[in-house]
Design a protein around this ligand. Sequence first.
Ligand SMILES: O=C(O)C(=O)C[C@H](O)[C@H](O)COP(=O)(O)O
Length: 213
Amino acid sequence: MTTPNPTADLLRAARIVPVLTIRDAAQAVPLARALVAGGVTTLEVTLRTEAGAKAAEAIMAEVPGAVVGLGTVLARRDLLLARQLGVTFAFSPGATPELLDAAAEDGIPFVPGIATASELMAAAARGFTTVKLFPAAQLGGIGALKALGAPFPEARFCPTGGISEEEMRDYLALPNVVAVGGSWLAPAAEVAAGEWEAIEARARRSMERAGPR
Ligand SMILES: O=C(O)C(=O)C[C@H](O)[C@H](O)COP(=O)(O)O
């Protein structure tokens, strides 16, 4: 029997998590609608832009079927924002001890970023066994995930960073990978030009390539 892990279940259901950096909040709803129409429903809306929080709010209010996570959560105040907005979960590219403590206190489903065995151990010590390996490709990709799986069989990963549509399937084939993340589903130029049909088509193709859950 494995320990129940709702965050891993959320990500496993998602398979693919697009990392969205939204510059203009007005783009948020059509972008999310296109992704959801293509079958990509779990969306990480990053706080990298000023429009991020408003974008997350608009998607939750106006796009049925979208499951919104807040991304680039770097500090306690960002977790508070996640709570205020009412998003389903929060993601970070890394994790400080303060952030892990705050997330453990808050109880919001939280996916910390890790890049080393020690960081994974620090996250797991506070109960976070589902993590984002970031930046996944640059850290060794599939080989790194296999290597981490040996001493940490309980850990579940959402590798993100440098993953392409072509490579995604190989990552998803690993038993310790619950989902993959990446920005390839929403190229900045297509978002800026409002090419929603192209984004929907790519989302659909990516989900088909990802295979069954
Ligand atoms: O902003 C965050 O919170 C992050 O975690 C970083 C993102 O996951 C990567 O920037 C996505 O990487 P690419 O798919 O290579 O573009």
